[in-house]
Design a protein around this ligand. Structure first.
Ligand SMILES: Cc1ncc(COP(=O)(O)O)c(C=O)c1O
Length: 395
């Protein structure tokens, strides 16, 4: 028998993971994953990109690179940080990561010790909980409302616990709720965190996928004390399989982060980084993002209208102005995990909401993704979910 570390022993398969595995069957209309629409991956353009990389850089393109990342890509990221997130930064402030998922893991490793506290919005991205778990932190869930985190509640929590090292937030088109913090909320949040000795992880993989809302300043753009680490990603605006993300942080954090990342993977794929940088140079990334936004906005509206039509009274849902998800709240007597087998029997699936709460509970929610399913399947899937909801509520 292999003897595992105590952390590895905690890695058990869960009944939710078993249920989610069933959602991958082709006959299932799955609103479960957070997958981009594959029909928009720019495959023809990438054939030209790959050829250009080999012609221009030859073998250098597949040699090891620096841990910080390929400089032209970091320069491109700085331009995007300025234009999209209102942040002034230079390549030295940026590290390219193997997806923002890796950044979540490394940041928790360098900022938090076992039994110290991590604060996150309630609910929050389950992948972040997974990334932070190896540190074995305590989690405090900060109450949220329809405008995002509630700053007064965060203030009380921070005042009461000096073991809090890290606050993890998703201010734009949150995963799972789809909620975006208005500017006032962002300012109030920054006023609160500036009073305490904590680091904020601002995770923003969806900020460029916006439909009917002006760009808002990121928390990092309001950060006067170097407390905010910005996490960006190419997964949703480009292609997730390249596994490309980045952080922008203060020099001390960059230094520790790079040292830790060296141990993890030496550096992010040198070829993949060139693919993103060359694509931005050779093609129009903004046009590409506009096409993504147009398709997802159409699917968002269709899903929303279908829910209004087919979901029974008492079931509420968010209207996201960007991102990939909407969040459904059922009357408390219903439990989304228990309801899942009934939905799977009708070949339709979602993610039960309980797993987005690090301390559990809250079974009466579920998350729906609208980016990945074609329009006819969205309408049919929501109709089937509506049927199950009506049946369950009539009991
Ligand atoms: C909020 C959030 N952060 C991070 C990630 C991970 O993204 P990446 O593909 O860049 O690792 C995701 C993926 O869905 C996400 O929703």
């Amino acid at each position: 028998m292999t003897k595992f570390s105590s952390f590895a022993q905690t890695l058990q398969s869960s009944d939710i993971a078993d249920l989610l595995a069933l959602t991958e069957k082709p006959e299932v209309i799955s609103f479960a994953g957070g997958l981009p629409a594959p029909e928009l991956f720019p495959i023809e353009e990438m054939k030209k990109v790959d050829q250009a990389i080999y012609e221009k850089e030859g073998r250098k393109a597949v040699q090891y690179g620096t841990t910080e990342g390929y400089v032209p890509l970091r320069e491109e990221i700085c331009k995007r940080m300025k234009n999209k997130f209102f942040v002034d930064c230079e390549p030295k402030d940026v590290v390219v990561t193997t997806g923002s998922q890796q950044a979540l893991f490394i940041l928790s490793q360098i900022l938090v010790d076992m039994d110290q506290t991590v604060c996150m919005e309630s609910p929050s991205y389950m992948g972040a909980i997974m990334a932070f778990d190896p540190v074995r932190p305590k989690y405090i869930e900060v109450p949220t409302d329809d405008k995002g985190i509630v700053p007064e509640e965060l203030d009380k929590i921070l005042a009461a616990d000096d073991s809090i090292r890290m606050i993890y937030v998703i201010p734009e088109f949150q995963n799972p709720t789809g909620i975006t913090w208005p500017i006032e909320r962002r300012k109030q949040f920054m006023e609160v965190i500036n009073k305490y000795d904590v680091t904020v992880l601002e995770d923003d993989p969806y900020g460029e996928i916006r439909y009917d809302i002006e760009k808002l300043p990121s928390l990092k753009s309001m950060d006067t004390q170097g407390k905010v680490v910005f996490l960006g990603s190419f997964s949703k605006i480009f292609m997730p399989g390249l596994r490309l993300g980045w952080i922008v942080a203060n020099p001390q954090i960059i230094d520790k982060f790079v040292k830790y990342k060296q141990a993890v993977d030496l550096g992010t794929s040198t070829f993949g980084q060139r693919q993103a940088a060359y694509f931005c140079q050779m093609f129009d990334m903004e046009k590409h993002i506009k096409e993504i936004c147009a398709l997802y906005a159409k699917r968002r509206t269709l899903m929303y209208d279908s829910m209004k039509k087919y979901f029974p009274e008492g079931v509420t849902f968010t209207y996201p102005q960007g991102g990939l998800f909407t969040w459904v709240t059922m009357p408390e007597k219903l439990d989304a995990k228990e309801m899942m087998p009934k939905c799977l029997a009708k070949n339709v699936a979602y993610v039960p909401g309980g797993i987005f709460y690090p301390n559990g509970g809250n079974g009466n929610h579920f998350r729906l993704n609208y980016s990945n399913m074609p329009e006819d399947r969205i309408v049919e899937g929501i109709k089937r979910l509506g049927d199950v909801l009506k049946e369950e509520l009539s009991k």
